[in-house]
Design a protein around this ligand. Sequence first.
Ligand code: ATP
Ligand code: FE
Length: 365
Amino acid sequence: TYILGIETSCDDTGAAVVDNGGNILGEALNSQTDIHVQLGGIIPPVARDLHRQNIDDVVKLAMDRAKLKYEELNAIAVTVKPGLALSLAVGINYAKDLALKFRKPLIPIHHMEAHALTPRIETRIDFPYLVLLASGGHCLLAAAQGVDQFKLIGKGQDNSPGEAFDKIARRLKLITLPGMQGLSGGAAIEQLAQRGDPKSIEFPNSLSKHPNCNFSFAGLQTQANYFIAEIEKQNDIKGPEVIPGVADFCASFQYAITRHICQRVQRGLIYSDMKELITTDKKQMVLSGGVGSNMFVRRSLEKVCKHYNFELVCPPPKLCTDNGVMIAWNGMERLNANCGVLEDESAIKLVDLEHRAPLGMDITQ
Ligand code: ATP
Ligand code: FE
């Protein structure tokens, strides 16, 4: 069985073909990060235009690399939510046209479900498992109980960890430093943090009086902005110069975000034990989403998991950020589990069918 997956929910145009053994036969990705960083953030119509410009090449490249003809595909999977409406529409329309033209079933994919199931493509992970999705738009802790069954344990109450990284990277003007071009805010901070002292600046804890597993990153972001303004004032910085001790700052900020994530997840691990959410012999926790590619976050979370007898499983970094592979793989999982597959002639009206075949994901609610 071969499935083509198409992803355009945010600022990456991705496509990939996978088979039912989880082999990636061909993949292609066009990242817009560079352009959006220069513009100071994602502007939806700009993202849409770039998707439009690139989608044909990206899909064709993935198919060429897979050495497959469209006729040989068994289905086409495409991200339908959540994401930027203008960006999503480009992928959905493209996939719909292909599905119609080649009379293939169209499988609607929930982007966060795709992040959550990604590691199953190459590692043996059985349901149920815990999953932390830390990305550019979300922070979600859930028990994954099946391909389309997720029980939410905790969620971000304000902005996401990825957004906090991106905003602070911009505020720190990291893009002006050598070697930082083309990197996302999170990746830039991680790189600088490697030569900084994570204990040099102390950030306050968030939600410490809230005995649940929710997350909050707005306070850390505000505090970081305040600290940066203070340092700039002390050093009389008004122009494009970067603050002194920027590596220490990045290390401390990354540490604060990571500590918060770990504290909330720790409670989640205890809670999952109490409620016997994870019944498998080998207890596993998945970390996915763009922030999951951060090695400091991974190493820290691994320690917490180990303490509670959980094994931490992370997709390879490039499968943590957005990509076509995870969409194709989620299509395969849905096809195998027989859930929510749209048959060909009905594929024309994706929106109607979405109601008949609900995506079943409650973890973003
Ligand atoms: P969502 O998946 O919630 O819809 P998204 O698809 O935009 O949002 P992803 O592509 O999964 O998000 O992740 C992008 C985010 O990950 C960005 O905010 C980026 O800064 C962050 N990120 C990428 N690499 C790293 C890293 N090494 N360390 C920390 N954050 C990172
Ligand atoms: Fe994502």
